[in-house]
Ligand binder design. Structure first.
Ligand code: GLN
Length: 188
């Protein structure tokens, strides 16, 4: 299995290290041709506006959108989830728009740097979720399944081949979410 990790900006190295620790090879995606031969894609956290601009400028946007719509297993964290959302509540632009949800950027306030919260994620109990200027989901379309809530806020969802979350599973030593993603890739 070869996991593509979008490596334009943000926390891509950290995902690479997690997959390495699980014995799975990955490849950094920096241009359109890197997308060939991958079995899954990771969209990392960072700055969604910058990532969205780079996807267009480097001509990766259309091919990536096609692959995700065609069923390529997709793991999106934080800014990555913003890239997938059909609608961004506090931003007029949307990006890949493959995920029928509304997401709110910097939903915990712009000034709130980061915090940790112990969450249940699907059948995973007590997952130490790291939030950094995080978004959360405010509306879900048909077929979107909630995997995790932080109190009343929806912070992780699954829709077909797309797994998207507000927090950063690559920033803890707990690899259970990456393992779950690999299971999904295997089953898909
Ligand atoms: N606040 C960032 C954005 O709106 C996301 C933060 C992150 O990825 N940690 O794009």
């Amino acid at each position: 299995m070869n996991i593509g990790i979008l490596a334009l900006q943000g926390a891509f190295e950290e995902h690479k290290k997690v997959f390495e620790s699980l014995g799975v090879s990955s490849k950094e995606i920096r241009q359109k041709k890197d997308l060939s031969g991958i079995d899954a894609i990771v969209l990392p956290g960072g700055e969604s506006t910058v990532q969205g601009q780079l996807l267009r400028k480097l001509d990766i946007f259309i091919e990536l959108k096609k692959l995700i719509e065609a069923g390529l297993p997709t793991l999106a964290t934080c800014a990555g989830a913003i890239l997938l959302a059909k609608k961004i509540e506090n931003d007029p632009d949307s990006h890949l728009a493959t995920l029928p949800v509304t997401i709110k950027r910097n939903a915990y306030g712009r000034q709130l740097g980061s915090f940790k919260s112990l969450l249940d994620f699907d059948d995973i109990k007590d997952y130490p979720a790291v939030f950094i200027r995080a978004p959360y989901f405010t509306e879900l379309g048909q077929g979107v399944q909630i995997l995790s809530q932080n109190g009343s806020e929806i912070v992780a969802i699954k829709y077909k081949n797309q797994l998207a979350m507000s927090f950063h599973p690559e920033m803890t030593n707990d690899t259970r979410i990456h393992k779950k993603f690999l299971e999904i890739c295997g089953n898909g």
